[in-house]
Design a protein around this ligand. Structure first.
Ligand SMILES: [Mn+2]
Length: 329
């Protein structure tokens, strides 16, 4: 019995929900789209849904060009408590996914598990670079033809999650990339990959470049007020590409606190641990060795109190530098 049959066997409804993590990225959306077509092949219809916003230009463009139907949970009518939900690129109980109405019966993901959850079926492979590769493998395993739009979406998702085949790449990712490159629209994949920055997003880069402070090889940069979360992360990737920077902390001042994105390329440091320790007691932080995030809420003041925010940023910087010095020993 192949994996798709095991999945189908656990579904009892005619229509299921495929839920991605909040603020879905190309990997999450292409995985959901690929799974939707597979289920369709088995006579099961599905609704792809998410919480939050899709605020990257290239992600929106992928959805439009490939004709992907995806719904914000806020625009869907009330969901039945008995609804069947398949989670993709996320796991139950994680901070990046809301608990929607219905039962999470199946989970397909490539993130490490932090909280144990029970599903009727799960395929969780943290060693794989993109969830899109797992979904792609179901097609070849079960000999179901993959259409061009699905291949294009999956290849784009795979490329984004593996930083163009340079980050966390597993043999499965390479295998799927190679196999799908014959099926997908390569010109469109290139175009989606080239057009990743929207004119409006340039201000976040400009703000970060103008505000950057570098201490040895650790940098702090501010993307400006109310910067969307995926963009803070992309700017942090960009800052890390500087030769002089090997540990990057990029932040944005949001309505109720400071949102941070951390990137690390020093093998002796762990970005997740450092963010966790540095922000403990004043906020929260955590993540992987190479990428992490955090949030520090305002304590009794608002986004307009420039002076208090300036002081809070000084505290955050000091805490990061102290924590890095502590772990570098
Ligand atoms: Mn992913």
């Amino acid at each position: 019995m192949n994996t798709l049959d095991k999945i189908v066997e656990k579904i009892t409804h005619k229509n299921v929900y495929i839920q991605t993590h909040n603020f879905p990225d190309p990997d999450a959306i292409s995985s959901a789209f690929g799974l939707q077509k597979l289920l369709e092949h088995k006579g099961i219809s599905s609704t792809i849904c998410y919480k939050g916003k899709i605020d990257r230009y290239s992600t929106m463009r992928m959805i439009e060009l490939l004709g992907i139907s995806i719904y914000n949970l806020d625009e869907l009518s009330k969901i039945d408590d008995q609804a069947e939900i398949i989670l993709v690129d996320a796991q139950k109980g994680n901070a990046n996914i809301i608990d929607m109405a219905g039962n999470e019966i199946i989970c397909i993901d490539h993130h490490p598990t932090f909280e144990d959850a029970v599903y009727r079926f799960s395929d969780i492979r943290p060693e794989v670079g993109a969830c899109a590769s797992i979904i792609a493998s179901y097609y070849f395993e079960s000999d179901i033809p993959m259409d061009k739009n699905v291949a294009t979406a999956l290849v784009f998702g795979l490329r984004v999650d593996t930083a163009n085949l340079c980050r966390g790449l597993s043999p499965l990712d390479m295998d799927m990339f190679y196999t799908m490159s014959d099926i997908c629209d390569n010109k469109m994949v290139t175009s989606l990959g080239n057009n990743t920055i929207h004119y409006n997003e340039l201000t976040a880069y400009a703000h970060a470049i103008n505000s950057i402070k570098v201490y040895d090889d650790v940098s702090f940069a501010n993307t400006g007020k109310e910067c969307p979360e995926p963009l803070i992360a992309t700017v942090s990737d960009f800052i890390l590409s500087l030769v002089e920077v090997r540990f990057s902390i990029v932040y944005s001042i949001k309505k109720d606190g400071i949102k941070l994105s951390v990137r690390n390329e020093k093998p002796e440091l762990d970005a997740g641990k450092i963010a966790y320790v540095a922000l403990k007691d004043i906020g929260s932080g955590g993540g992987h060795e190479v990428m992490a995030g955090g949030f520090v809420p305002f304590d009794g003041f608002t986004i307009d109190d420039e002076e208090k925010i300036g002081l809070l940023i000084d505290v955050i910087e000091e805490r990061f530098l102290d924590t890095i010095a502590h772990f570098a020993k």
